[in-house]
Design a protein around this ligand. Structure first.
Ligand code: ADP
Length: 452
């Protein structure tokens, strides 16, 4: 529940951050866009003054003359005069299109503006648009309003385009007003380039926060996992300690019974049992003490030159003697003349841990094989068994402190989840590594590789 809460809180804060950043970027974009429009609008005004002073034609004079001529024709044409009310709309649409065409075909202003902008180092090509506000046909005593643009009435200007100027013209047969707009093609690319640094910084800050969140969340999960493993460890340890203790308690109580006191053999048997369990208890306590020493002090093995072959053979012999009834131990050690720098005690612990795991996790006719070879630069020790095997996902975790594969045998096999953790630490302290190949149900092979 808390895990989910932490995750949702984290995701929520990232979402808030992304929204704030998006809002800020949006605001910057709008500001830049406004500045951009203001710049071109200012340049256009300057350009218009400049052309007026220079007496350059913008092409509209010619267009107005054509419109006047056209208006005269329309006013006298039967098409307009005798148009039925239901035909009037179509006729007006035709007039509207014609007027717009006459203006845009003859205008010369866009060319002049392009020239002026490039002279003033302003990038981007321009596209133009003409919005006619109204157009009236005039005869001697009447005005025929052909069309009026809503924009003109509401005095609205087109927001996406840059307003240049409003032009008006009145003559005998017509009256027209229109607005001239420009748009800079590639404006988005220009604005984007200007905003690149802000964008990069914003993406960077979001990425950093996301990374920090992921790292922190993973650490949190890891800590929780470790604390769960510790709890498991304490439960296991208590269980491990309780077994010999309860045997000792029962055995000592038995010694008080009259039945037993009369039989010398039974007393000896019980005393032996107490002795054996005390040894077990002692081993466990030593192991726990060792763990705390390993945790508190830096792990520093005493490295001495060691002939690996004979040491390995000794370990195997000792182990075989202890497991003569429960398992078959096969060895194939060919390490004549090879010696490495190692701490004999730790080395022995490492090999013994792997051998006893091989037996422990092979429930049916355990057969543990130990093979050792060397290519002159490395010593390779392979310990394989015919046991339960380890799944891919557990393979990644079994070298962790306190980790035990939870499904299946956890209650049947004793252990504290420390054996492989030590194996890995010892191998690494010797400059080596441990590799594992295993398949559930098909046994496991642990390989220790140590430098010569
Ligand atoms: P422990 O044996 O005390 O549980 P280890 O660190 O030695 O702790 O092993 C961790 C886990 O790895 C074990 O609980 C067991 O599930 C698994 N494991 C270790 N060795 C083998 C093996 N040879 N075959 C199958 N599983 C193994």
């Amino acid at each position: 529940m808390r895990k989910k809460l932490n995750l949702s809180a984290g995701i929520l804060s990232i979402l808030v951050l992304v929204s704030v950043q998006t809002y800020i970027i949006g605001q910057i974009w709008m500001q830049k866009d406004e500045l951009f429009r203001m710049k071109y609008s200012r340049l256009s005004t300057e350009a218009l003054d400049y052309f007026e002073n220079e007496n350059r034609t913008n092409g509209f004079d010619t267009a107005f003359a054509y419109i006047e001529y056209y208006s005269g024709i329309i006013l006298n044409s039967d098409i307009y005069k005798n148009a039925k009310p239901e035909e009037l709309d179509t006729v007006r649409t035709i007039i509207k299109t014609d007027i717009a065409e006459m203006l845009s075909e003859r205008e010369y202003l866009s060319k002049l503006l392009t020239e002026y902008f490039s002279k003033h180092n302003s990038e981007g090509k321009i596209s133009t648009s003409i919005v006619i506000n109204f157009f009236d046909l005039i005869d001697f005593n009447t005005t025929h309003t052909i069309f009026v643009n809503d924009d003109y009435l509401n005095d609205r200007s087109d927001k996406s385009k840059i307003f240049v100027s409003r032009f008006k013209n009145e003559n005998n047969h017509h009256r027209v007003s229109f607005d001239f707009y420009i748009d800079i093609t590639g404006k988005r690319a220009i604005l984007f380039r200007e905003m690149l640094i802000s964008l990069i910084l914003s993406i960077l800050s979001i990425t950093v926060v996301v990374i920090i969140f992921i790292v922190a969340y993973r650490n949190l999960l890891e800590e929780r996992r470790l604390s769960e493993l510790k709890t498991d460890f304490i439960n296991n340890m208590t269980h491990e300690l309780k077994t010999p203790l309860s045997t000792i308690t029962v055995a000592s109580k038995t010694l008080e019974l009259d039945k037993i006191l009369n039989s010398r053999d039974k007393i000896i048997e019980t005393a032996r049992m107490i002795g054996k369990q005390s040894v077990n208890l002692n081993k466990l306590i030593n192991l726990i003490l060792e763990i705390s020493i390993w945790e508190r002090t830096e792990f520093e093995p005493e490295m001495k030159q060691m002939a690996v072959g004979p040491v390995l053979s000794d370990i195997v012999r000792g182990f075989r003697a202890g497991h003569s009834e429960s398992a078959v131990i096969i060895d194939n050690i060919s390490l004549e003349g090879i010696s490495i720098k190692a701490d004999v005690t730790y080395f022995t612990t490492m090999i013994n841990n792997l051998l006893s795991n091989g037996v422990k996790y092979s429930p049916i006719n355990p057969e543990v094989k130990i093979e050792a070879t060397s290519d002159g630069t490395e010593v390779i020790i392979k310990i394989s068994d015919n046991g339960v095997g380890i799944s891919k996902c557990d393979q990644k975790l079994i070298f962790d402190k306190f980790y035990r594969v939870s499904q299946g045998d956890i209650h049947k096999t004793k252990g504290l989840g420390l054996g492989l953790y030590y194996v890995k630490r010892i191998a690494e302290a010797h400059g080596g590594r441990v590799e594992l190949r295993s398949q559930p149900g098909r046994g496991s092979t642990f390989t220790i590789i140590l430098p010569v």
